[in-house]
Write a protein that binds this ligand. Structure first.
Ligand code: GDP
Length: 138
């Protein structure tokens, strides 16, 4: 059965002009784009989104980075979407990412790693609801 996941093309990749290339990789991997919007977010909005990481040493830098420029928020759908997007993304640290993955191709550091993807059904539900209203997902 089709599953949905939530994803962000992060500000580093948008800034470098990789939005279309990353979207092409995502579509080539079999995902349908259910909803998509480009916008800037505040530091407070980033802190709420990443609340699970509050208190970690990289938290402040992560929230400053995510609010440093426009990003692209997306809901994606396919069978096994959550696990499959994580595979297409590659490891959190691009230095450890497999050849051909989005992070290997477009990311430069663990802090600025081009793409976010939900890691479980519960986080996908929280993250989707954080950024999208129900009427945007029909
Ligand atoms: P992801 O699910 O692969 O995005 O990784 P996590 O959920 O563990 O972390 C969320 C985000 O926080 C990552 O994508 C990174 O941008 C950032 N992050 C995680 N660990 C580190 C770290 O050790 N150093 C820095 N600078 N950023 C980190």
């Amino acid at each position: 059965m089709a599953q949905r996941t939530f994803s962000i093309i992060k500000p580093d990749a948008v800034r470098k002009g990789f939005t279309a290339a990353i979207l092409a990789d995502i579509e080539r991997a079999g995902f349908q784009i259910v909803a998509i919007k480009k916008q800037s977010i505040s530091k407070e909005q980033a802190q709420g989104f990443y609340a699970v990481h509050a208190g970690k040493p990289f938290f402040e830098g992560l929230c400053a980075f995510m609010s440093s420029g426009p990003l692209v928020l997306m809901v994606l759908e396919k069978e096994n979407a959550i696990a499959d997007l994580r595979r297409v993304m590659g490891a959190t640290n691009p230095a450890n990412a497999e050849e051909g993955t989005i992070r290997k191709k477009y990311a430069e550091s663990i802090g600025q790693n081009a793409i976010h993807g939900s890691d479980a059904e519960e986080t996908a539900a929280f993250e989707t609801g954080y950024w999208f209203a129900g009427y945007e997902l029909i």
